[in-house]
Design a protein around this ligand. Structure first.
Ligand SMILES: Nc1ncnc2c1ncn2[C@@H]1O[C@H](COP(=O)(O)OP(=O)(O)O)[C@@H](O)[C@H]1O
Ligand SMILES: [Mg+2]
Length: 366
């Protein structure tokens, strides 16, 4: 897949912008706050229908404006495809998504038209931060590589919300317990595709990441392990086992007013030679592990789509020592890449197809 054109309208620091990136490496160079990450964020929005750094879509609308739009034209296997997202501040519907010029009703329909893998400085949090971030990593990987996954995830979350709402209602007045049985049944069915897909994806991710890790770190003796931690990880009858768990924890759930067990609490556990990385890993080891996970994400998406995703490298080179840098770049040389940096020296030795200067909402040929 190749991004032919990107257009922004009142998006973050940009009033109007159109760029036509070449196939190889495009470098965006500019000072801090110049608007480099904003650009990559716009691409991410076209791929996944959301920002990589905020959960509030409104943040992306240019200050003082009421609407923003991002539009991308991609070429895949020689065919052109158009995707776009329009955001509104005041309107009832705050986000409209377009695919091929037509409005689509669900974000799930956007996914897979344009795929990207973003490397950003905040990636360290995938390992160091809360379980939610590791869950999001695997969910976004699956949303882009497995059709139907995103719908399944949304469905599970909607049912979970209903069950939790009922638990709260039951606390106020003794509702019919039969209703809770009905939600248990729905929730346990909704969990099945999630657990199956995550289990399989983590297995692939673990295998690929272990290989990438030993290459990136240059330390084959350090073994990176990634395991799927879920109350249902080893279950052979996911629906039945989950339903039993929900039944067992019913009184506790009613006391807590929320559902304790389930895929919404799934986790990835990362280890290095058996020791948990988030507690024992050095900065360098954690950085290599994150890069290994991102490279595996590229492999998995490439396999699923038959073509590599677009790579977005936000300010990551300056953080790497020269050996990790050259190992990383050797792994991605065949892929269309957008890279940001503050110093052009950061890309010394690379061979960019295009260098663009970013300055106060404007982009110019360097
Ligand atoms: N909604 C917005 N409207 C206008 N400007 C914004 C908006 N959001 C962020 N900015 C501006 O964008 C700049 C940050 O852009 P960013 O892409 O993060 O910079 P960098 O080049 O360091 O990656 C800041 O100057 C900020 O004021
Ligand atoms: Mg930035």
């Amino acid at each position: 897949m190749y991004l032919k054109q990107l257009r922004l309208h009142q998006f973050r620091s940009y009033s109007q912008l159109a760029i036509m990136p070449p196939k190889g490496l495009t470098v965006f160079v500019g000072e801090n706050g110049a608007g480099k990450t904003n650009l990559l964020e716009a691409i991410h929005l076209c791929c996944l229908g959301r920002s990589h750094r905020t959960s509030d879509d409104q943040d992306m609308i240019k200050i003082g404006e009421t609407t923003a739009a991002v539009h991308a034209t991609v070429s895949r296997e020689g065919r052109e495809d158009d995707v776009g997202v329009r955001l509104f501040r005041a309107q009832k519907q705050k986000k409209i998504i377009y695919v091929g010029g037509k409005t689509v009703l669900r974000i799930g329909e956007l996914m897979g038209h344009m795929t990207c893998v973003m490397f950003s400085p905040e990636d360290m949090d995938i390992i160091k931060g809360s379980p939610q971030l590791r869950r999001r990593f695997i969910d976004m990987l699956l949303a882009q590589s497995l059709s139907g996954y995103f719908y399944a995830l949304q469905h599970y979350n909607a049912v979970l919300k209903q069950r939790n709402a009922l638990l709260k209602m039951m606390a106020r007045d003794e509702q019919d317990k039969v209703q809770l049985f009905a939600w248990d049944d729905q929730l346990s069915s909704a969990a099945v595709p999630l657990v199956r897909a995550r289990r399989e994806a983590v297995e692939k991710l673990a295998q690929l990441s272990a290989e990438h890790y030993s290459f990136i770190s240059g330390r084959p003796e350090e073994m990176l392990g990634i395991t799927y931690r879920s109350i249902l990880a080893d279950s052979t009858d996911i629906k039945q086992d989950f339903q039993k768990l929900l039944e067992q924890s019913r009184n506790e759930d009613m006391r807590r007013l929320s559902t304790f067990y389930g895929p919404h609490r799934d986790e990835l556990i990362l280890t290095l030679s058996g020791e948990e990385l988030r507690s024992f890993g050095s900065q360098g080891q954690i950085r290599s592990a994150v890069l290994a996970m991102r490279l595996s994400q590229i492999d998995i998406l490439t396999k699923a789509q038959g073509e590599p995703p677009l790579l977005l490298l936000d300010d990551v080179l300056s953080e790497l020592d020269s050996s990790r840098r050259s190992r990383l770049l050797s792994g991605i040389s065949h892929v269309q890449t957008m890279l940001t940096c503050t110093e052009i020296n950061d890309v010394h030795g690379l061979n960019p197809a295009c260098i663009l200067k970013v300055q106060a909402g404007q982009i110019s040929q360097s």
